[in-house]
Design a protein around this ligand. Structure first.
Ligand SMILES: [Fe+2]
Ligand SMILES: [Fe+2]
Length: 252
């Protein structure tokens, strides 16, 4: 099975009105794929479902799965954006998909938790303006809220990775890099890393050293690949606003 992974399509930069334009932007990237994984930042909340319909049409029957990024929540409250897509079978936050007899795919949205770098830098992110339950909060409340959300993401991941008997490989699809260094500049770390999810993966990987964990994410728009542990890799997908492209292709 040939799997393409992409992230940060930001299709609202292509069009939120002309379906043909969006479909034409997506079609070239799916050639030869058996499955497409999208690591979030597909659109913004107001046009998210419309863009997902475009993706479905562009793929013409090729299956795909996605998680939500921060931009997908813009114009919405955190948990309301989750509800917007909860009924879509392609939305795999909190889901575990059996890809082959010994390979599973799990999805978790993730959220930045300002646990690395200078927490004051969270004021640099527009999420504090456009995510409706982050704006109009003070710094203490914001930090408490984002850490609560990130902790909940980690909890979701721990639950779906609870039983790894019969599993040799786990693909994790998430929006935020779970470890720092995906950005060149540490000033971006506080709002670019979901440390809580990283801790969960590290802990589970150390307990299951016979299982390979490959984490695919986005958010920073910069390509970055690294081996985190002997049995853990991270691959951050390259992206340009409104220019869909495949960041990685793997075989399972
Ligand atoms: Fe993005
Ligand atoms: Fe993002």
């Amino acid at each position: 099975m040939k799997i393409g992974i992409c992230s940060d399509l930001h299709l609202n930069f292509v069009s939120s009105e002309y379906k043909g334009a969006v479909i034409n932007a997506i079609r070239p990237i799916i050639s030869g794929l058996d499955l497409l994984l999208i690591a979030g930042d597909i659109s913004t909340s107001i046009s998210l479902n419309w863009h997902l319909d475009c993706i479905t049409e562009a793929l013409g029957g090729i299956p795909y799965y996605f998680v939500l990024g921060n931009h997908d929540r813009w114009g919405s409250k955190y948990y309301d954006s989750h509800k917007l897509v909860a009924r879509r079978p392609e939305y795999i936050h909190g889901q575990r998909i059996q890809l082959t007899p010994d390979t599973i795919l799990v999805g978790v949205n993730g959220w930045f938790d300002a646990m690395v770098g200078d927490p004051q830098r969270i004021y640099d992110t527009n999420d504090l303006v456009y995510v409706n339950d982050l704006c109009e909060q003070n710094g203490v409340t914001i930090r408490a809220r984002i850490r609560e959300w990130a902790a909940e993401e980690a909890k979701v991941l721990r639950k779906i990775l609870g039983d790894l008997s019969c599993v040799k490989r786990v693909l994790v699809l998430t929006h935020y890099p779970p470890w720092a260094n995906a950005n060149d500049d540490p000033k971006y770390y506080p709002w670019s890393v979901c440390v809580a999810v990283g801790k969960a993966i590290t802990e589970i990987a150390l307990q299951n050293q016979g299982v390979q964990f490959d984490v695919f994410c986005g958010h920073t728009h910069h390509k970055w690949e690294s081996k985190v542990l002997d049995n853990v890799t991270i691959s951050v997908q390259i992206a340009e606003y409104g220019e869909p492209q495949i960041g990685s292709i793997i075989e399972v």
